[in-house]
Design a protein around this ligand. Structure first.
Ligand SMILES: Nc1ncnc2c1ncn2[C@@H]1O[C@H](COP(=O)(O)OP(=O)(O)O)[C@@H](O)[C@H]1O
Ligand SMILES: [Mg+2]
Length: 276
């Protein structure tokens, strides 16, 4: 059994004509780093809320670690297993001191105080915010606030974190800080990451990319597989990663997704040209 299993999963908002999530099957394994992409209204946020039980399926089911999200008795288990980070860092801060904010989640789970102290310190160290533990969150940058929010989730010791465009309101530095923090959580603690983004440069850094379109899974594979067809990505109303765009314009028909690959490919092209 997969860590997360969506079976014939459908969600319809009250009064809506169409399904926002339209009968999808999806398996996510523990420890995966997945990017979810798709144009506005494709169903990304709806899917995110179905994964942690914030929304319950209209049809079909979602199971997380064998727990059906519709199982009312296991709500707390589920909330503890799947943490969620939203877009606006200001809406996620609840306390006036950083370390109190991070302690809020585990306090609600009924974790004993000495254990909370330990978890809060570790979580703040993990995201590189320990030195700010006694500061007021509202003085922090957007990226720092999101890292505090992530620390609050880690302190609940989840197996999975869902990030819904959590870098959309950040500057490039903040985006990089947050991406590095979650990548580290995935690599060192094995936390499953479901990273919803409209930044394609971020999506290509995931191990697996799921492309949503009108509530269905239109593509699912490695970044290379999903981005293989340049025109198809454009047709889905998405940007292509800058490196890919550049190489495409230079007439290279390979799928060049990262800056490193782009540099290597450019060097090759320059060498070829130099020899002719
Ligand atoms: N509260 C709501 N009531 C009715 N329809 C909604 C609501 N929220 C989203 N939708 C619709 O559901 C579809 C999916 O939306 P959403 O999951 O927010 O997409 P995304 O996050 O990919 O932009 C869209 O057609 C959107 O208009
Ligand atoms: Mg959304």
């Amino acid at each position: 059994m997969s860590f997360i299993e969506c079976r014939n999963l459908a969600y319809q908002y009250q009064g809506a004509k169409r399904f926002a999530i339209d009968h999808i099957d999806l398996d996510i394994e523990q420890g995966e780093f997945i990017a979810v992409i798709g144009h506005n209204g494709s169903g990304k946020s709806t899917l995110a809320k179905l994964l942690n039980g914030l929304f319950l399926p209209t049809q079909g089911s979602v199971c997380v670690d064998s727990i059906p999200t519709a199982d009312e008795d296991r709500r707390l288990d589920l909330l503890q297993k799947v943490g969620m980070i939203f877009q606006n860092p200001d809406n996620q801060i609840v306390a006036s001191i950083v370390e109190e904010d991070v302690a809020f989640g585990p306090e609600n789970l009924g974790v004993p105080p000495e254990e909370i102290r330990k978890r809060v310190d570790e979580a703040l160290q993990t995201v590189g915010m320990y030195d700010y533990r006694l500061k007021a969150p509202h003085n922090l940058s957007g990226g720092q606030k999101q890292r505090v929010a992530i620390a609050g989730i880690i302190a609940m010791q989840p197996q999975c974190i869902v990030m819904d465009e959590s870098t959309a309101m950040l500057d490039p530095i903040g985006r990089r800080e947050v991406m590095q923090s979650v990548k580290m959580l995935n690599r060192t603690l094995g936390i499953t990451i479901i990273y919803i983004t409209h930044f394609m440069n971020e999506a290509v850094k995931a191990d697996r990319v799921i492309l949503l379109d009108h509530g269905i899974v239109a593509a699912d594979g490695t970044p290379k597989e999903v981005f293989a067809d340049y025109q198809r990505i454009i047709d889905f109303g998405l940007d292509v990663p800058q490196s890919y765009e550049l190489m495409h314009r230079l007439g290279c028909d390979e799928t060049v997704l990262t800056e490193d690959e782009c540099v290597t490919k450019l060097e090759e092209l320059l060498k070829e040209n130099g020899n002719t």
